[in-house]
Design a protein around this ligand. Structure first.
Ligand code: MN
Length: 129
């Protein structure tokens, strides 16, 4: 499936890589380079998936997920956390905060698109919208 994906990431190299891989796989990608712009984009438009860095200027990934989860129209959009700073327990904390999945940088181009597509397909099969 071709999904509308929002990528919220302040690291230019990571942003370019994610955008490139997702577009090459046929997805429609919107980008935001800080937390505030990311939250605005997430609230403005419907996306099938959001990829969100955790360390962002203005608003962190945790602040973004909290605001989306309490929003009447955006409470169910799946958001995958993407982070470079992974400590034991971080994954559990992210999932507890409402992230649907947790990916660590550096992104592996070989497996990234496959895992995103599998994630999107499983969401459809589960009937979540
Ligand atoms: Mn960052």
């Amino acid at each position: 499936m071709h999904a509308r994906v929002l990528v919220i990431e302040d690291d230019p190299a990571s942003l370019e890589l994610l955008k490139y891989l997702l577009e090459a796989a046929g997805h429609v990608v919107r980008v935001a380079r800080d937390g505030l712009a990311g939250l605005q984009a997430a609230l403005e438009d419907e996306h099938e998936l959001i990829l969100c860095d955790l360390q962002l200027p203005h608003l962190s990934g945790f602040e973004i997920i909290a605001r989306l989860r309490e929003n009447a129209y955006r409470s169910t959009v799946p958001v995958i956390a993407v982070t470079a700073f992974s400590m034991p327990g971080d994954r559990d904390a992210a999932l507890a905060a409402g992230f649907a999945e947790y990916l660590t940088k550096p992104i592996d181009p070989e497996t990234f698109v496959e895992s995103i597509n599998r994630f999107l397909a499983s969401g459809l099969l589960a009937g979540s919208s």
